[in-house]
Design a protein around this ligand. Structure first.
Ligand SMILES: Cc1cc2nc3c(=O)[nH]c(=O)nc-3n(C[C@H](O)[C@H](O)[C@H](O)COP(=O)(O)OP(=O)(O)OC[C@H]3O[C@@H](n4cnc5c(N)ncnc54)[C@H](O)[C@@H]3O)c2cc1C
Length: 419
């Protein structure tokens, strides 16, 4: 469709967990923002707001508090008070207790659907947002001084000073911007389900490393458990095809009796696991955030937390930095702003990519001697307060500059808080 484009400062493509959070964070500014999301927010098939569970770290909690979203999220959040990590069939294990680290919780488990519901309520109440949902971004053309976006036929095109790709691991915007990404297939599939057990969830998260991949049983606020069972592709197909009774039996055999008998299971869904890593997170008039920038293995529950720190940093760079406010014409796609975003995200991003990828490969390695070394590592970890302390700080990121929002501080236009 043609016609005079609607001029905006920032066009966000993708209103999943990360893109929606950015649109909300930018509400404090007077930037003209458009958000384009292809799936209707209440559609059962919304890929970002599905039945998966997401463990939110303390840094994420702080960001949601600063955005005044936490009050609504808290009733559906299950605090993780203890973490139990083990190596299936071996003796290596580690236990962590939040109170030993002066923390209320290591993090909070919520369903993506409940986070999505809160985000979309807030988006719906936004006044200065061009919200196109459902609308698919079908074309992006990049020029020196703006980017032109077409959304579904019939809609007015958008002319944006900056396009934010928040359109997931297979980002079309990333492709249109010519930003290459490496993809590594882990040859693992996560089979996800909600399960009821004889002993209701009590704040303990279990993570087991099995030869096929990690296996997590996470507490949910309603007393049920979120099970993320990572398997080789053929085994995952078998588990998906099982009757409920057979699934519960297989789960019991894999996990044991720590939470008593598994009683019921909801719908199962599956996610093939890949590592997607864009070589660069900025291009001309384009920024990549969330899974569009990096899609991680869910082994340590860090993908969304990392993506939200992308969004929080970008919001800060756009809204608060001295550079932004010094720009007379407020060119939010100016190279120096994008460079600042890239620099501020590089350490956290690189560290988290290395950490999660390394964890998957370490625990998947069955070469002689490696499992023993790993067991020793877990035992030493169990005994070492310093290692545990470092682990509990992970939820604030992997180093580099912590976004203001993740320190619980609100964004205000004109504030300069660059490191
Ligand atoms: C099994 C599993 C468990 C996980 N557990 C955790 C966890 O415990 N903790 C954690 O932090 N992370 C976890 N993650 C990772 C987390 O789910 C992702 O990092 C997060 O969903 C990324 O959000 P996003 O908004 O960047 O991308 P997505 O969720 O992929 O959203 C992208 C959005 O863009 C939209 N879109 C795509 N193309 C277009 C287009 N052309 N036009 C308009 N809209 C478009 C899509 O409809 C979608 O809504 C897990 C992932 C998996 C697979």
């Amino acid at each position: 469709m043609s016609g005079e484009p609607l001029r905006v400062d920032v066009a966000i493509v993708g209103g999943g967990l990360v893109g929606a959070s950015l649109a909300i964070a930018l509400q404090v500014s007077n930037l003209r923002v458009a958000l384009v999301e292809s799936v209707a927010p209440d559609a059962a098939a919304q890929p970002s707001f599905d039945d998966r569970t997401t463990a939110l770290g303390n840094g994420t909690r702080k960001i949601f508090e600063a955005l005044d979203l936490w009050r609504e999220l808290a009733p559906t959040a299950a605090p993780i008070k203890h973490i139990h990590v083990s190596d299936a069939g071996r003796y290596g294990f580690a236990r962590l207790a939040a109170d030993e680290h002066d923390l209320d919780a290591f993090g909070y488990v919520l369903t993506n659907r409940s986070i999505g519901a809160v985000l979309r309520r807030r988006l719906g109440a936004s006044t200065n947002l061009e919200l196109r949902m459902p609308a698919r971004c079908t074309r992006v053309e990049i020029f020196d001084d703006h980017a032109r976006l077409e959304t579904d036929p019939g809609a007015r095109p958008l002319a944006a000073k900056l396009v934010v790709a928040a359109d997931g691991a297979q980002s079309q915007v990333r492709l249109a911007a010519g930003l290459p990404a490496e993809v590594e297939d882990y040859a693992q599939v996560a089979v996800v389900a909600h399960v009821a057990a004889a002993r209701p969830a009590d704040g303990t998260a279990y993570e087991r490393f099995t030869p096929q991949g990690p296996f997590a049983v996470l507490p949910l606020a309603d007393g049920h458990y979120g099970v993320v069972w990572t398997l080789a592709p053929e085994a995952a197909s078998r588990v998906l095809a099982m009757s409920d009774a057979d699934y519960l039996q297989a789960l019991q055999a894999e996990f044991g009796w720590r939470v008593g008998r598994f009683l019921r299971v909801g719908q199962r869904s599956s996610y093939p696991l890949k590592l997607t890593r864009a070589q660069d997170v900025v291009g001309r008039r384009v920024v990549l955030i969330g899974n569009a920038a990096q899609g991680l293995h869910p082994v340590a529950g860090q993908g969304f937390n990392l993506g939200l720190r992308d969004a929080a940093t970008l919001a800060e760079v756009l809204v608060s930095t001295s550079i932004a406010t010094a720009l007379g014409d407020r060119d939010v796609g100016a190279p120096q702003l994008l460079e600042e975003f890239r620099a501020r995200r590089s350490e956290d991003r690189a560290g988290m990519l290395r950490f999660t990828d390394g964890l998957v490969k370490l625990f998947g390695d069955r070469r002689p001697g490696i499992p023993l070394a790993r067991d020793l590592g877990l035992l030493l970890f169990d005994l070492s307060p310093t290692a545990k302390q470092a682990m509990s700080r992970l939820s604030y990121g992997f180093g580099g500059s912590v976004p203001r929002l993740a320190r619980g501080a609100a964004l205000t236009a004109g504030q300069s808080d660059s490191p």
